[in-house]
Design a protein around this ligand. Sequence first.
Ligand code: FO1
Length: 316
Amino acid sequence: MNKQRIIALTGGVGGAKLADGLMRAANAIDLTLVVNTGDDFNHLGLHISPDIDTALYTLSEEVNPETGWGRRDESWSFMQALKQFSADTWFLLGDKDLATHVIRTQQLATGQSLSTVTHALAKSLGLAVQVIPMSNDTVRTWVHTDMGELEFQHYFVREQCKPKVQHIEFRGAAEAEPAPEVVQALQDPNLGAIILCPSNPYLSMAPILAIPGMREQLRAAGVPIIAVSPLVGGQAVKGPTTKIMQELKLPVSALQIVAHYAGLIDGFVLDQRDAHLAGQINIPIITIDTFMQTAEDRIRVAEETLAFASTLKQHK
Ligand code: FO1
């Protein structure tokens, strides 16, 4: 029997943890990750794709365990040398990580697509999982703030998410198309479920869903679509999700996340610390411990989410 394909939509660190659990789950699945590229940017002449690299490094056990991004056992000679030249050093590029950006930039310059380049990087890192950028077209997240409009990494890293968010723009999204491998994966007859990882819904998942036709094609796949809550006890585990919700004048609650994905998702994985909200959610839910601190936690959350997906599949 063919293995079930699971598609997971993911952003950076939090999403990569669930993706890692899905890859290691006892269920034999073929995993396809569709990754946000709105955070990509050109820096020091290099094409940097932070969320793709976080996925690649996490799944290949190459990630820096302290930060959740970048590579483990890094050295920083490049950054030290940059400082001598008084160049921009706010975005930390480790020596090993630098190789990824140089190779990506070089391969893109030869005319290869980001999908092709990502596929080759995944293979070199020994991954069997399919890692696909959401699009091969340029989509860039711009954050409109009280300090003016900022390119995503300038807002996120350089300004440490301190400016107040007024509006988030996915520049180029209206003209972008899903990467062809995304469309193929959605048409796989063995597709069993689509999972929205617990990445920031406004910064990381929204760019993926902003690509014209993406939502429709996800729905048309005819399999359960499940979102895993990025909030644990009403708080984000990491990153500015709740700060942004407040600044956008949205109620900070898992209910708001369900509302945000309304019309797209068939099921929601609620954290047990938010169990009091269960009665107010009018789609199927499971209430579990979604906090992923250890490798075992990632696998448990993945397996519980997959089991939930199979129950929903029976009703599709
Ligand atoms: N995040 C930081 O907070 N500071 C950094 O200096 C930084 C550098 C960096 C380099 C390569 C890479 O792939 C990711 C990097 N990140 C850094 C993470 C990244 O900015 C964010 O985690 C994502 O874009 C949000 O998902």
